[in-house]
Design a protein around this ligand. Structure first.
Ligand code: NAP
Length: 295
């Protein structure tokens, strides 16, 4: 069993850590707001006040925090993991949805400290994380992938290696860009149905039953039909914009195009301009009603 430093006990981290503990791993947890991690102590985790304190003597460091700025803070800040003295050869794993540019930069910094870097992004909501049913998208050497496998097996139902360092994150950004496009399309579809005088519950049922019915479409058309958006907010408009921004940036960096990614970002920016960015992403419906009129 592994000795793990886990950086980030937000919605995802706090759902993933109990499964590592159940899997018999020893976990030292750092969270910027330490009080949010107290519950994990009762489950057997050790708490650390600073990332650099969490990483002493561990076999693997896993980070899952908000975005590039948060990841930079926990890895390379003055009290960050790389300012500590992790064991040479330990795995340094970034699981946050961050930009591909930062993943490649972080890899170099971690390797300069003698660590073996991997990007292992995860897909699935916190409820899937709590059931250990995440899907992991891994990037790194085959040897490191084999080392990380038993750790991620405690938290995931699948773990696919997409190639060397950066490729797990690359796939996650493409996957999330598709997801954001589906979310925005679902809400626009519901707004159009409303404008056409169609009952929203009838529309949601039909969208879900047909070929359009992906998980995103089923969930988001139902939020709109019932008027019950997730509270507390699960995924805000601002977070969706973060994902599609990193996604489009990566897709264009490699010489491909994401016309629909740009369009989805444009719609989400309008939600943010209305001061609604911290609301659940499904409340985009109200932004559209404000912009285009109520039906
Ligand atoms: N939620 C999902 O369904 C889902 C699924 C797959 C992947 N992801 C990705 O997983 C990552 C975490 O998501 P989440 O849902 O757990 O987000 P969250 O609930 O908002 O938690 C964010 C985490 O990042 C920390 N953080 C934020 N800004 C920071 C900073 N400047 N310095 C240090 N720590 C900072 C927070 O610390 P505090 O507690 O102190 O605020 C918290 O631990 C994101 O990259 C997200 O895109 C999310």
């Amino acid at each position: 069993m592994a000795n793990i430093a886990f950086l980030g006990a937000g919605s995802m981290g706090s759902a993933m850590i109990p499964n590592l503990l159940k899997g018999g791993h020893h976990v030292t947890v750092y969270n910027r707001t330490i009080d949010k991690a107290r519950r994990l102590e009762d489950l057997g985790a050790t708490l650390a006040v600073k990332p650099r304190e969490a990483v002493a003597d561990v076999d693997a460091i896993i980070s899952i925090v908000l975005d590039d700025a948060a990841s930079k803070g926990v890895w390379t800040g003055p009290d960050g993991a790389l300012a500590g003295t992790p064991k040479p050869g330990a795995l340094a794993i970034e699981s946050s949805t961050v930009s591909n540019t930062w993943i490649l930069e972080l890899c170099q910094l971690a390797e300069a400290k003698g660590l073996h870097f991997m990007d292992i992004a995860v897909a699935g909501r916190p409820d899937a994380a709590a059931r250990a049913e995440l899907n992991a998208f891994s990037g790194g050497s085959e040897e490191d992938f084999e080392r990380a496998k038993p750790i991620f097996a405690s938290m995931c139902k699948s773990n696919t290696r997409f190639g060397g360092v950066g490729k797990g994150n690359a796939f996650k950004l493409i996957y999330n860009t598709m997801g954001v496009i589906q979310v925005v399309a679902a809400i626009e579809g519901m707004y159009a149905a409303e404008a056409a005088g169609i009952e929203l519950d009838v529309a949601a049922k039909a969208f879900g039953a047909g070929n359009t019915g992906s998980g995103h479409v089923i969930r988001h058309t139902n939020y709109v039909a019932t008027g019950k958006h997730e509270n507390p907010v699960h995924f805000s408009g601002r977070n969706r914009l973060k994902d599609v921004t990193y996604g489009v940036e990566f897709i264009e960096k490699i010489g491909a195009q994401s016309h629909l990614g740009h369009a989805a970002a444009d719609v989400l920016n309008r939600m943010i301009d209305l001061g609604m960015g911290d609301l659940n992403d499904s409340e985009l419906i109200d932004a559209l009603r404000k912009i285009h009129g109520q039906h």
